[in-house]
Design a protein around this ligand. Structure first.
Ligand code: 3HC
Length: 281
């Protein structure tokens, strides 16, 4: 395994590209949107130069990592990579279409991994002929900082694909856990209801956004409050994730908080749009 392509240069995709390059892989970062691609590369450059300032790496290491990443808007550049990790919008149909397209472009041995937060790997695999080579590799935001990768097997994922995904996670300097395919897997299944409940607490006027976050940080030792965390993840992504849990389980206890929907409709998407539960420069 020498070369990896990341599809989608957004919050998750650019972080995955960075840790892949740090793991010594040759990396293609592909996005259909040229502006999004530019922003993704700029984000990586910012993180690398911060790491140089903090003396975690020196300038030549930073240049080497940067040099291993090739940004591209041409999907055909991905034809010879050994692994593709997709990190596009959190919706099943666009993910399936992308995989079908890649199935026609990439060499037969290329493995397809999805960074989905909780959609079905088995359903994604149904969109390609190589269903034994489809797997979930779920990273956490911010990717360069968070240690975990959840590895999720679909119904037809082979033992070999599963082993390779574990080896790749290790080369990325991450710790992998194996999780059975189920709506939202393990971590988001636990985290999402907590975040959703925090939004209900806010909308019911029980406490202010600042106090909810202060409460969970000081009273439950969370490193960041649930509302600031939602701003970091993106309210739109959080809503997709919450809707997956609700729709897949049909259990009303998981219904997404109406305030979350309202903010997404208003374009309050969190840090990336400058405003979510809090306001950013
Ligand atoms: N990229 C790279 N590095 C970053 C970063 C980013 N976006 N954000 C912060 N960092 C680094 C900082 O440079 C700093 O590094 P240092 O220790 O070497 O100085 C370190 O992280 C700590 O950052 P700060 O001092 O600025 O701020 P905090 O101490 O508040 O840490 C945080 C920020 C790491 C985001 C911390 O608040 C945290 O761990 N929060 C929890 C994050 C979390 O729960 N993520 C999971 C979300 S769920 C998910 O992603 C699943 C998806 O499917 C929805």
């Amino acid at each position: 395994m020498k070369s990896i392509a990341i599809v989608g240069a957004g919050i998750m995709g650019n972080g995955i590209a960075q840790v892949a390059a740090e793991g010594n892989y040759k990396v293609f970062l592909y996005d259909v949107n040229a502006e999004g691609l530019e922003k993704g590369i700029a984000r990586i450059e910012k993180t690398l130069s911060r790491n140089v300032e903090k003396k975690k790496i020196d300038q030549s290491q930073s240049d080497e990592i940067h040099g291993r990443i090739t940004p591209t808007g041409n999907i055909n550049d991905l034809k010879d990579v050994d692994l593709v990790i997709e990190a596009i919008i959190e919706q099943i149909e666009p993910k399936k279409s992308l995989l079908t397209e890649l199935d026609g472009i990439c060499k037969p041995s290329t493995i397809f991994a999805s960074n989905t937060s909780g959609l079905s790997i088995t359903e994604m695999a149904s969109a390609v002929r190589r269903s034994d080579k489809v797997i979930g590799m779920h990273f956490f935001n911010p990717v360069p900082v968070m240690q975990l990768v959840e590895i999720i097997r679909g119904e037809q994922t082979s033992d070999e694909t599963f082993e390779i995904a574990h080896q790749v996670a290790e080369r990325f300097n991450k710790t992998a856990i194996s999780v059975k395919e189920a709506p939202l897997f393990a971590v988001n299944r636990i985290l999402t209801p907590m975040i959703n409940e925090a939004i209900f607490v806010l909308s019911e006027g029980i406490a202010s956004a600042e106090d909810i976050d202060k409460g969970m940080m000081l009273g439950a030792s969370h490193p960041i409050g649930p509302l600031a965390l939602t701003d970091l993840i993106g309210l739109d992504t959080m809503l997709f994730v919450a809707e997956t849990l609700y729709n897949e389980t049909n259990d009303s206890k998981y219904r997404p908080a109406p305030l979350l929907k309202k903010y997404v409709r208003a374009g309050r998407l969190g840090r990336k749009s400058g405003q979510g539960f809090f306001t950013y420069d």
